[in-house]
Design a protein around this ligand. Sequence first.
Ligand SMILES: NC(=O)c1ccc[n+]([C@@H]2O[C@H](COP(=O)([O-])OP(=O)(O)OC[C@H]3O[C@@H](n4cnc5c(N)ncnc54)[C@H](O)[C@@H]3O)[C@@H](O)[C@H]2O)c1
Length: 344
Amino acid sequence: MVSNHAPMVRATGMSREGGDMHITILGGGGFLGRKLAARLARDGSLRGQAVTGLTLFDITTPQPPTGAAFPVRCLAGDVADAAAVAQAVPADTQVVFQLAAVVSAAAEADFDLGVRVNLLGSLALIDAARRCAVPPRIVFTSSVASFSGSQQAEMPDDARQMPLNSYGAEKAAAELMLQDASRRGMLDAVNIRLPTVIIRPGRPNKAASSFVSAILREPLLGLETPLPVGEDFALWVSSPRVVVEWLLHAAAMDTAPLGTDRGINPPGLTVTVREMLAALSPAERALVKQEPDATVAGIVGGWPARFASARARRLGFQEQVGLPDIVAAFREDDLAATRAERGL
Ligand SMILES: NC(=O)c1ccc[n+]([C@@H]2O[C@H](COP(=O)([O-])OP(=O)(O)OC[C@H]3O[C@@H](n4cnc5c(N)ncnc54)[C@H](O)[C@@H]3O)[C@@H](O)[C@H]2O)c1
């Protein structure tokens, strides 16, 4: 696949390449990729082994985390470009986190872009993984959007993926291919269907679920924000802190108990918009303005809000904590940086 984005390398940290535990994060410049990289830099180890190299790959050169005691390569490239991905996944790679994606509303607006990044990107990763000395662990972030169901439905662990949008279809298709590549011994994948992750720092984005973070983040910043759905609307959510725990657990766990089924519905939290607003002060709550939006409601309205997640709990995936903790974590981890980024 041809790319306009030639890989560019910026090395940081120690100069030694390769070694025992080389990790790559595709989409390493994004919201969750940056948090995961920061955590790896802090821990310095994964699976009880010292990290000996980390590659961050994104469409523009990602920033390295601070304080890493191992070398960090920061590459710019297109995840659908097999040659660029091969460069990001050297032969000694043990773990790849595949987080690169275009988000739901963007993939719905541009079918070709969504297929290229969200599906062909994972096929390029399979290609790269096959060149590794040992089949690497692939941790793939799939999505709640790969399912559909009513607000009342509780999805069992073996629920069928019937996406109602192109993003969800691309995620489900990528999952199937990673699962088959695992069966063939080309790699060793764990596909985590993430709930909507709140509270996303920064600005509103093109995800249909952008409002889910915005109705908490914007009032905490003292800003008004629209609410496109009703207050009874239920959502399946998780916090960035717990998602990072899930990603690390997926990277370290024994995959033998998974058998052929590589999909994980993690133990997320079911909340209504009303419950979310109750986590705000009355003054903050007044900044959230009802503004029904049929397009947004149409996309997120098809995402189930309840999952059984019994298998994930059995496999040791951490339970999502409640809303007050999620809001407190945002205040602690991201509020100041978001204010600074937005000049508030
Ligand atoms: N945040 C959520 O609520 C949520 C929910 C379910 C699933 N997910 C999935 O988790 C993953 C990470 O989510 P996030 O919130 O960090 O998203 P994000 O948009 O912040 O990060 C994704 C990264 O992928 C990069 N990217 C896009 N196109 C690319 C391309 N062609 N080549 C290389 N990189 C490219 C982006 O630049 C971005 O940095 C994504 O795969 C997303 O679909 C996220």
